[in-house]
Ligand binder design. Structure first.
Ligand code: ADP
Length: 241
């Protein structure tokens, strides 16, 4: 097993509940409601993975697999500025791949794996988001098991890529209200993707809105860390304390 590298989220308390940051060599999943910071965290990681090891980085490039048109180069420029990186060079180190259908999303992994092998080092593969296209393409009655089967194959290819290349695979996920759980204070939500995604994700993070502009990250599943929460902020320079 290769040495695991921890990539900073941009926020110290958030890193702390992750045991240092987002790990290379496995899949980390972040789920949460609309506007909780999933895409902003993705953009921040696309930059911080390029930092030196002594700065909480991974000294590697990033692939951003965008399934919803969320990627914004101007956000990357601002985040690069904050970390003292050259904006153009930082953008050049982020390979953006756009998928419009779930089968295209799956098929992209082959050329991307070749790119990683030949034009590395890469340290981060972000999929924003992992399941949105599957939910559209397999929305009919009776299509759920086929969807889960395809998703499972996709996720095992991602696990293999993470392990073989010592890359941090970071997945953005959606969530739904959990009808089985009740709370007086807030809707109880759960990530979509069922057992297939739950098993593939090594680390799961729930992102929530806190007071005012504050956000809360909760580690809900980790191989080495307890359940814990951390507050963070979304700033012009990305995720911060
Ligand atoms: P999600 O992907 O979970 O739907 P986002 O990651 O897109 O959510 O986060 C959206 C939030 O980020 C919004 O509340 C927005 O105000 C905030 N945001 C976006 N850009 C900036 C910025 N440049 N400075 C501060 N906050 C920002």
């Amino acid at each position: 097993r290769k040495r695991c590298i921890k990539i900073t989220t941009g926020a110290k308390t958030f890193d702390a509940i992750l045991g240092g940051g987002v790990e290379s060599g496995s899949i980390t999943e972040a789920y949460g409601e609309f506007r909780t910071g999933k895409t902003q965290l993705s953009h921040t990681l696309a930059v911080t993975c390029q930092l030196g090891f002594d700065q909480g980085g991974g000294q590697g490039k990033c692939i951003y697999l965008d399934t919803e048109g969320n990627f914004r180069p101007e956000r990357i420029e601002k985040i690069a500025d904050r970390f003292g990186l050259d904006a153009d060079a930082t953008l050049d180190n982020i390979i953006v791949a756009r998928a419009y259908a779930s089968d295209q999303q799956c098929e992209l992994l082959k050329p991307l794996a070749a790119l990683i092998a030949e034009h590395g080092p890469f340290r981060m593969l972000i999929i924003d988001s992992i399941i949105a296209l599957f939910r559209v393409d397999y929305s009919g009655r009776g299509e759920l098991s086929e969807r889960q089967q395809k998703l499972g194959q996709h996720l095992s290819a991602l696990t293999r890529l993470a392990e073989d290349m010592n890359i941090a695979v970071f997945l953005v996920n959606q969530c739904t209200a959990d009808p089985g759980a009740m709370s007086l204070f807030a809707p109880v939500v759960k990530p979509v993707g069922g057992n297939v995604l739950a098993h593939a994700s090594c680390t799961r993070i729930h992102l929530k809105k806190g007071r005012e502009n504050c956000r809360v990250a909760k580690v809900v599943d980790s191989p080495s860390m307890p359940e814990a929460e951390a507050q963070f902020a979304i700033t012009d320079g990305g995720i911060a304390d």
